[in-house]
Design a protein around this ligand. Structure first.
Ligand code: CO
Length: 212
């Protein structure tokens, strides 16, 4: 059991051999730098690896993951990733991806305390309260949890659009597009929630910045 981590190093050796056979140019290309067209904001859950589920190679997705794929405006880690992705890498598409069966969503829906984590989950409880009427009307707990996963993604798309520096980019460019997706862990399928936005026009007035 104690040696289990060695499996990772062994796995790396196997992976290198595999890549060299299938895609011999990959490492020399990677050494030149990165120009990923996508930024992915996903859940830290081990079952939702951005590259694997999209069949993508290293170098194609800039990734930020946290519990329940949240966009919290005081999270300087996320802000730095988003800023760098837009300003330096000039990614054209940002994907916020939630997933059914999300432990963070389920924890936030419950009345249990999870210690330090409660502070993070508070942001999801706020999303629940905002959509309380719709969610409380869903009797089945699993269906209600799935709907909160979807609503939460939509609210995180909005949270990104609320950021002044993104609105400033939109004043001169149609990019970046912000997409909301959900990963169905039972089938492996990605679902496009069709909540894509690329302007601040849909936001409530209170969140909009008009100065150039
Ligand atoms: Co999750």
């Amino acid at each position: 059991m104690a040696d289990r981590f060695k499996q990772l190093l062994k796995g790396n050796k196997d992976w290198v051999e595999n890549v060299k056979q299938k895609n011999p140019e990959l490492f020399s290309n990677m050494a030149k730098g990165q120009a990923p067209p996508f930024l992915w904001i996903g859940c830290a859950d081990s079952r939702v690896p951005a590259e694997d589920i999209t069949n993508s190679l290293p170098g194609s997705i800039f990734v930020q993951r946290n519990i329940a794929n949240m966009v919290v405006p005081t999270d300087y880690n996320l802000l730095s990733v988003v800023h760098y992705a837009i300003k330096a890498l000039q990614v054209r598409h940002i994907i916020i991806c939630g997933h059914y069966g999300c432990g963070g969503i389920q924890a936030a829906m419950s009345n249990e305390s999870y210690g330090l984590l409660d502070n993070w989950l508070m942001h999801i409880k706020d999303v629940y309260r905002l959509h309380e009427a719709e969610l409380n009307a869903i009797r089945d707990e699993s269906a209600r949890s799935k709907r909160l996963v979807e609503i939460n993604v939509q609210e995180q798309v909005n949270n990104l659009a609320k950021m002044a520096f993104i609105q400033k980019v939109w004043q001169e460019d149609e990019f970046p597009y912000i997409h909301g997706w959900v990963f169905n862990i039972e089938s492996g399928a990605l679902i496009n929630l069709e909540v894509t936005i690329h302007s601040a026009s849909h936001l409530d007035t209170i969140y909009r910045y008009y100065n150039k």
